[in-house]
Design a protein around this ligand. Sequence first.
Ligand SMILES: [Ca+2]
Length: 549
Amino acid sequence: MNLLADFASYLRAALVKMILFIGIAVVLACLTSANGFARPAHKKNTRINVLFIAIDDLKPTIGIYGDRLALTPNIDKLALSGTVFRNSHCQQAVCAPSRASLLTGLRPDKTQVWDLKTMMRDKNPDIVTLPQYYIEKGYETAGTGKIFDPRSVDSKLDEPSWSVPYANVNGSRWIAATEKISTEAGNVDDSELMDGQIALKGIELMRQLSAGDKPFFLAVGFKKPHLPFVAPQKYWDLHHRDDFSIHPFQEHARNAPEFAFQPGWELRNAYVDIPKEGPISEQKQKELIHGYYACVSFIDEQVGKLMNELDALGLRENTVVILWGDHGWHLGDHDMWAKHTNFEQSTRSPLIISAPNISGGKSSDSPVEFVDIFPTLCQLTGVEIPSDLDGLSLVPVMDDPKFSVKPFAISQFHRTFSGQKVEGYALRTKRYRYVEWIAAYKSYDPYSDEKIVARELYDYETDPLETVSLVDSAEYKSVVEKLHGQLKNFLEDKASPVEDSQGSLNSSESFDLAQNYPIRFNLETKIKYASPVRGAIERRVCKPLISDQ
Ligand SMILES: [Ca+2]
């Protein structure tokens, strides 16, 4: 009995050990599989993504730029996490040339896209664009909406630039209008208009890209506030027409050459409610200004949707967000509408960059240019900066907004004068704008003073509205000489802006946005009040950072 009992006891113990062994083996197998030993590990992407937001025809009618009438809570919020460049200028104030230059980091005289019909790769088959460069660096690149101007690239919106086929979005330019009118409102959902669709497509792409193993460069290009000024009624209702005034200076600047101005053909030639020539009534001007601001608020809401998705996906900490408008816009100043000039309201364009590991709420008056965007993004994402770019990284300015990387920005535009082509090169410093109009010339040609057919000088400290060109004023003789010398050196490629000022610290009035903006205004309150679901809005009061209008 004892032996049998002992044997039975032995069997039970052996059985328990066996069960324990099998159990432990199963658990271990599960654990190793769960730890990924049984299959390749999923490598978490720790590189920096880029969210690249382009806004067509957006001037700095943005709250954070000091515009009292703008309602742009989402862009303002983005700006408070980044750096606002208040003295930022496009290279040529019209869509295709500005975008081709920005997206290649090369000035228009190198891309040779100066108009709305030249195909960028006909002139430069081997040019490497910013998104294309990111593909080379191991990124996934995707785009939707308007990034390149479609008139300057192939039907796939520059196929070499995108690793994911470009996501086109279609839609009507008007809500219900059967005629080509310049403004329209309608009780429609955002998603019924093209820009609402672009935001949704941007979100879809962001989700798709964030699920992949590669870092991404996602470009989302909104089409408003480009004409016609069409937006859902709720964005028109955010603004009160009586709050808007027509521009106080509606004449051509004294002493400026007549050809420097344009007759507003983009507005006058395309819309049935605008006279082909002659005065535009005060009532219609206010409607246009109201429409522009409504479209800006409409786009601001779409920017908010993208930013919310970026946060929801947990991507904010490893994504650089950049927002830019491709050039400025004349809203009636100098009796002009639209762009196509070398004046301040055409060349000055919003630029906001928010980057992980660089503190936000900064604002800089340093002159900067859109050719600076390519190298800046490279540095912010830890990618080597190509050596043949025309711009400079703005990271030193983002680190310390008192820093200047260059003493001036250069814009250009062409005209016909006395039967010949003249090219106007505008040099913008912190205080001045100096323009030379040069006959039958581009910057790659030999420079000669004798080819200059006209010059202009504006002093924004004494004349922010550019009412008079001071180029012949005795008081400004030494200023003109200095700026002429700088422009001549630049055009002769003897001294790029780099050599003139790199590493210099200036003592300009740069300040902390969070402390100075807004003075009597709480951002959260503004977002609440600016919500389109609310009809009435409390008018806000904040200190303008720079005199815009
Ligand atoms: Ca444009």
